[in-house]
Design a protein around this ligand. Structure first.
Ligand code: BG6
Length: 357
């Protein structure tokens, strides 16, 4: 039930810190170690490459998952749009491991890949919010995201829960490979949950940003580098899905290779800047579009901020920043849709779970 909330989407955005804490409690054993099936751990440790399959928002979580698994666990990862992989399969490595990410566990495009991969007898894992769903039943292993029912068509808490589970998995595999971690994933996730709560309590600020930047516009750009780029894609998708504002996410460095042609006086752009190693590059990308007239709203992280930034996120582990930076973007999409009088929980032409190819 949505209770006092005007929309399920807002309720689900608000639930995110709690969901992350729930994920922590489900995956942490009494000794503080990671609780993951030993068989799954072994199969992952044998793999020479991980292939992540998903659609929509789950695909965006999969892109973040690639960074988590490569940078933390040290395993090469490819993230694919399921419907593309199905009919244009790349050359596979000799010991592949397949991860399916799906909120509903019912998406036909993802299932199409799972059926094929099972015929090839490669090991499979489904990360899903729905126990007993088709993708969960048909894969060798399942990790649940424990986000609770997600009613709004635009996915919010399922996305952050998927990222949290992928992070735990990455840290688990790293531990097995003895990459000398001094990081406690549960501690890092709970710092992120606290930071998420801080952002959720800044709703008025987000409403103000929407009023200032998106009130009269028909389009919007999102830019970032590394995981911030992947969050930009998700921010743009959220805005498109529910407010019908044409939005696009771009890699900060790619703008000058074409897209910058679309920037005119007053074009709104949202820049995300949480990655220290590309801070200077991102700052110059912001300058490039400002110089062409873009109306830029910058969301940065503490320690990387500049005085004119519009929102500063609390510091979290550098690969867990998507958990926090996505929140202002979800809220921006929400308020933009609200101002436009859109049907927030049931956007036109969209279904929560798509069971046809
Ligand atoms: C789309 C939904 O059709 O499917 C999106 O509208 C969702 O919100 C996507 O992200 C993938 O769904 P799932 O259940 O496989 O994560």
């Amino acid at each position: 039930e949505k209770g006092l909330y005007p929309h399920y989407m807002l309720k689900e955005i608000d639930e995110q810190p709690l969901v992350i804490r729930k994920v922590i409690s489900k995956y942490q054993d009494s000794e503080g170690s990671i609780r993951i099936d030993a068989g799954l751990r072994n199969r992952l440790n044998e793999a020479d490459r991980i292939y992540i399959m998903a659609c929509g928002t789950s695909y965006h979580a999969g892109l973040v998952g690639k960074q988590l698994l490569e940078k933390i666990a040290g395993i090469p990862v490819e993230t694919h749009i399921a419907s593309e992989f199905l009919y244009n399969r790349p050359i596979l490595s000799s010991k592949p491991f397949f991860i399916f990410i799906s909120q509903s566990g019912e998406t036909a495009d993802s299932r199409g890949v799972l059926v094929t991969i099972k015929q090839l007898q490669y090991p499979t894992l489904t990360i899903t919010n729905v126990p007993g769903s088709t993708l969960s039943r048909e894969a060798d292993y399942t990790l649940l995201t424990y986000a609770g029912p997600e009613i709004a068509v635009a996915s919010t808490k399922a996305y952050t829960a998927q990222i949290a589970v992928l992070a735990i998995l990455a840290f688990d595999v790293m531990r097995e490979r003895e990459r000398a971690p001094h990081v406690n994933p549960f501690h890092e996730l709970s710092i992120a949950a606290n930071a998420m709560e801080i952002m959720i309590n800044k709703k008025e600020m987000m409403e103000e940003i929407v009023w200032q930047y998106l009130n009269a516009s028909r389009n919007c750009f999102f830019i970032g580098r590394g995981v911030d780029y992947y969050v930009s894609l998700e921010g743009a998708l959220k805005l498109k899905e529910i407010s019908y504002i044409q939005a696009e996410g771009f890699a900060g460095g790619e703008l000058k290779h074409g897209t910058i042609a679309l920037i005119e006086e007053g074009t709104p752009a949202i820049a995300i800047l949480t990655q220290a190693h590309v801070r200077a590059n991102m700052r110059s990308n912001v300058q490039e579009i400002k110089a062409r007239g873009a109306h830029v709203c910058t969301i940065s992280m503490e320690g990387l901020e500049e005085s004119e930034d519009h929102m500063v996120l609390p510091v979290v582990h550098e690969l867990l920043t998507p958990l926090v930076s996505v929140i202002p973007l979800q809220l921006i999409a929400y308020y933009a849709a609200k101002y436009r009088g859109c049907d927030i929980d049931k956007p036109r032409n969209l279904a929560k779970s798509v069971t046809v190819e």
